[in-house]
Design a protein around this ligand. Sequence first.
Ligand code: PBG
Length: 337
Amino acid sequence: MSTSGIVYRPRRLRTTPRMRRLAAETRLHAADLVLPLFVKEGLTEPAPIASMPGQVQHTEATLADAVTAAARAGVGGVMLFGIPAVRDARGTAGDAPDGILQRGIRIAREAVAAAEAETGRPGPVVMADTCLDEFTDHGHCGVLTRDGAVDNDATLERYATTAVAQAKAGAEVVSPSGMMDGQVAVIRDALDDAGFEDVSILAYSAKYASAFYGPFREAVDSALQGDRRTYQMDAANAREGLREADLDIAEGADMVMVKPAGPSLDVLRGVADRAEVPVAAYQVSGEYAMIEAAAANGWIDRRGAVLESVLAIKRAGADVILTYWALEIADWLAGAS
Ligand code: PBG
């Protein structure tokens, strides 16, 4: 032994940038990332979302541009949300064949096909949020009973027709995010009955009732009064998150999701350790807004914080990461900026 008495020196692998690069256990890749995009019916210009600086509600035309940019940057997927012009108690616009989200899906598929022809590389997978909250006038993720409770089983029928409408429009992945019990099984049945055996389900499995969804509510002009605590999970519960993921996999989910990502890294790790399907995590609007706000004030290094926050989600076990920075990170990784 040397005179120092120190046998192990982990710092050796940190000595140079090339050594650190070689020794990295985790690395980000554009193909891991999914970009959430909002398209709003009747817009003529993209509308900035004040609480999510840099993000907008898209017109149909600018949605196509955003999908094209994602394709050129090698982003793995896009997750589409639609904001209709008219809302009602049942969320009728959600499964209308020409509803805004269905229109957005068709536009996205066309943009992906064109970009693939141009680049010769796979474009982003087109995914759709399968929920009712953007389409209901009360803002809940389901239909209500006469006394105002969210009716689980009546909502399932709406999710089934919504998923089929999305598949007909060309969605490759439907993503039930409403946390109704049994939603994956019902959607799988409906898709199969309609001949969409190859459309995948990304289940929002462990979705917590979170204060970090705040800016998203502005992004979708949410009508919600009150909260979603009778269907979304209590942040106190980790085991229950594992159970929700197990149930969704048993019902036929092709991929499962934990959300919000940063505040639920323990649950993400737990799901990743037991699931035999790809695991996604959603870095939500509030996580985005916090870093943007701190960076805008000069309190934090923006690029460093963005990359560290997403890397930590991957390190905790996410195979797929939904993040509003997907496009920017993909450009950074490509060395383009
Ligand atoms: C529900 C849905 C929400 C988000 C994704 N899907 C809102 C909610 O559950 O209240 C939140 C995403 C984010 O905050 O970035 N359709």
